[in-house]
Design a binder for this molecule. Sequence first.
Ligand SMILES: Cc1cc2nc3c(=O)[nH]c(=O)nc-3n(C[C@H](O)[C@H](O)[C@H](O)COP(=O)(O)OP(=O)(O)OC[C@H]3O[C@@H](n4cnc5c(N)ncnc54)[C@H](O)[C@@H]3O)c2cc1C
Ligand code: FES
Length: 280
Amino acid sequence: MKNPYLPYPVRIDEVVTETEDKNLKTFKLVFMDPEAEKDFSYIPGQFAELSVAGKGEISIGIASSPTEKGFLKFTVNKVGLVTTHLHNMVEGEIMGIRGPLGNTYPWEDMEGKNVVIIGGGFAFTTLRSSIIYMLHPDNRPKFKDIIVVYGARSPGMLLYKEELAEWEQRDDLQMHITVDATDDPDWKYNVGFVPAITEQKITNAENAIAIVCGPPVMIRFTQPVLEKLGFPPERIILSLEMRMKCGIGICGRCNIGDKYVCKDGPVFSLAQLKNLPPEY
Ligand SMILES: Cc1cc2nc3c(=O)[nH]c(=O)nc-3n(C[C@H](O)[C@H](O)[C@H](O)COP(=O)(O)OP(=O)(O)OC[C@H]3O[C@@H](n4cnc5c(N)ncnc54)[C@H](O)[C@@H]3O)c2cc1C
Ligand code: FES
């Protein structure tokens, strides 16, 4: 049986600095062994443990979509020890990856529904994975309207700017990009916090499911907006970012009540969370 703590070696193929503060970088990783790539079969919403030799492991949401072949993408915010070491690594260097881990967004429940995607800041990563996945020609017919609200502090802090511009042009996706504030006279999108823009742009909760991923403050204020719009708690889906260690339900680091965020989550419906202690 494979040791679940043993990472697969991967090569850094490309590093893209996403934001003007240079604290967010997207790493494109390529498996050294094609068999490992086959074993690493994932679905949007899942995460992985990235390891930097001698420094440690970090839990990071998978930002690429399984419909993008030959590589994985992760967008990493530089906050501490391991993320700083990873930010100093360059193309061609080798690191490790363990996964895929955790559950996924509820793809079967989303079929035949309008899908509202709400993201804030760097937590947009697994939402990027989901959007690319849903827009793939094999998958797009499975979903009705796809409506995205994505916000960042300022225009320079938005992730995946080229893709956002492409999605803006599509007629099978409604994009509502927003920033908290800007003095850029050429800014042509929304200005306002994500919950306020959600309230303005999302008018109908009928046959709709909302997927929300963002900083705790954004989630706290978006949740009542969605409930007011008529989304029942079982159709509000949230992805949590508790501190983790093993990522596989063994160490007991990430529990909320009797649930392990790494194994039973990180994706939960609001209905599930309402039955758990408010520790997230
Ligand atoms: C399921 C999941 C998905 C995630 N996806 C992403 C992602 O896509 N991109 C990304 O940049 N980060 C993501 N994170 C957060 C990431 O795991 C942490 O930022 C990272 O582990 C920090 O490692 P470090 O060694 O650099 O920081 P440390 O030196 O360990 O800590 C630096 C600071 O960050 C705080 N911190 C560390 N981990 C967390 C955490 N999980 N939640 C809140 N605060 C934390 C510490 O308390 C400390 O203040 C995710 C976390 C989880 C659990
Ligand atoms: S991180 Fe070890 S049990 Fe969840």
